[in-house]
Ligand binder design. Structure first.
Ligand code: B12
Ligand code: SF4
Ligand code: SF4
Length: 366
């Protein structure tokens, strides 16, 4: 049976995906060139895997010469579940990591879709699943598949859900009628550029990852440049500011995927003392199993926690004697800090950050 694009989209939506668009298979030379220039300017920071993107993309398309269509799906992960105000030391987590790891959840649902696709076609269909896992430029593909346009903060802005969609794809040998690319623009708006605390968004749109809090707290392995630390505020994992302030967020709706609601994971804030008291890398991996938080390792999280605590202290927050004692204890018992004779009278920002950094980033702060 020959499947039509409309039949495929109905199947996708029946599986709970929120939006679906279709575009032709094959490389995206203009977008890849834009990525190449961005990398050449060093804006990718330490994300080495973006350096040979074009070669990997070429190899992928060569390995799948019969690919005809890319089915792009979007999953609304927005949740506005409230939470009580906290007096204990906490760090904010970007919304995409509140619930379960989206790679796993969406990957599983796409496997189901792949099976159903073959059933509906009455023959085995070749289909490769991508949730950040193949060398595909997902936002550019989504734009081409008519799902929205790329805003200045570089997120895909969807007319129904705003910037709060996860993107994923199924590359298939089915020949399906493609959608018309979405045409849209931010116009003269520059709210995200003005509101980004680290000035990471470029005037012409796109970001310099080296300044982006999301990059610094999740992808970056070394120390966080001193000048940027105070600007990180209370973000311990990722950052949502340029999505929150975007006028397209007025379109946001509560997710219908329970997996992405805060109660399915670690929620919107992490208890920093509990985080610091996790005794080993293995215990850390066990604790965050199944969460996107695991993208940052324990060393990175301890560094982030130190920066957030230092910022809170600078802002005049007093956590009380007991919590302070636990924080200092958590740093003292770790690695090179073991057995330290420190007698910290406060959570001095520089001292605290240096304790965390000494644990493995081998950096000195004057
Ligand atoms: C690397 C990466 C990051 C990096 C760099 C982000 C970035 N802006 O590029 C860091 C770690 C900072 C990051 C952060 C976040 N990320 Co991220 N990230 C990616 C990843 C893996 C690759 C993105 C990439 O290629 N960047 C390279 C640069 C060059 O992209 P760019 O500047 O936007 O340019 C592109 C387009 O604008 C366009 N373009 C630009 N100029 C031109 C010119 C021409 C002529 C043309 C034709 C096209 C074109 O083409 C370029 C390539 O696609 C994608 C998944 C994927 N495989 O696509 C997820 C992805 C983009 N991230 C995602 C998310 C959710 C986030 C965060 C919101 C998470 C958080 N809350 O902390 C933040 C948002 C920060 C921000 N403002 O971008 C989602 C975005 C979903 C959406 N609706 O858009 C994706 C798609 C993951 C997913 N599967 O859902 N991310
Ligand atoms: S995620 Fe945060 S730091 Fe990164 S560009 Fe957006 S507002 Fe700026
Ligand atoms: S805040 Fe304004 S400029 Fe930034 S992405 Fe949204 S619409 Fe575009």
């Amino acid at each position: 049976m020959t499947l039509t694009a409309d039949q495929v989209k109905s199947l996708v939506l029946s599986l709970g995906f929120d939006v679906c668009g279709i575009t032709g298979a094959g490389p995206l030379p203009e977008a890849e060139e834009a990525l190449g220039l961005w990398v050449k300017e060093g804006r990718h920071g330490g994300m080495k895997y973006l350096e040979d993107f074009e070669r990997r993309a070429k190899r992928f398309w060569e390995s799948f010469p019969e690919a005809k269509s890319v089915i792009v799906v979007g999953v609304n992960y927005y949740s506005n579940a409230g939470c009580a105000s906290e007096t204990k030391p906490v760090g904010r987590v970007a919304r995409y990591a509140w619930g379960k790891d989206y790679h796993r959840v969406i990957g599983k649902r796409l496997e189901e879709f792949r099976e159903k696709l073959s059933e509906a076609a009455g023959r085995p269909v070749r289909a490769e699943i991508c949730v950040d896992t193949l060398p595909l430029l997902e936002r550019s593909l989504a734009e081409k598949a008519g799902l929205g346009f790329i805003g200045k903060q570089s997120q895909l802005l969807n007319p129904k859900f705003g910037p709060w969609l996860f993107l994923a794809e199924l590359v298939t040998n089915l020949e399906l009628e493609p959608d018309i690319p979405f045409i849209g623009s931010c116009g003269t708006c520059r709210i995200c550029i003005d509101q980004c605390p680290t000035e990471a968004i470029l005037p012409e749109g796109g970001i310099d990852a080296r300044r982006c809090i999301s990059y610094l707290t999740i992808e970056h392995r070394g120390e966080i440049p001193e000048a940027l630390r105070p600007l990180i505020g209370d973000w311990v994992f990722g950052c949502d500011i340029c999505l929150e302030v975007c006028p397209f967020t007025s379109k946001a709706k509560e997710t219908k995927w329970p997996e992405f609601r805060p109660e399915s994971g670690f929620g919107r804030r992490l208890d920093l003392v509990k985080l610091l008291e996790i005794p080993s890398n293995r215990a850390y991996e066990r604790e965050f199993e199944g969460s996107a938080l695991l993208r940052a390792n324990r060393k990175q999280m301890r560094r982030n926690a130190a920066v957030v605590l230092a910022n809170a202290e600078s802002a005049g927050k007093d956590f009380g004697k007991a919590e302070k004692g636990r924080i200092k204890g958590a740093f003292r018992t770790e690695g090179r800090g073991q057995g330290r004779k420190d007698n910290l009278s406060s959570l001095d920002p520089h001292h605290l950050a240096s304790l965390a950094l000494e644990e493995g980033f081998n950096s000195r702060i004057s």
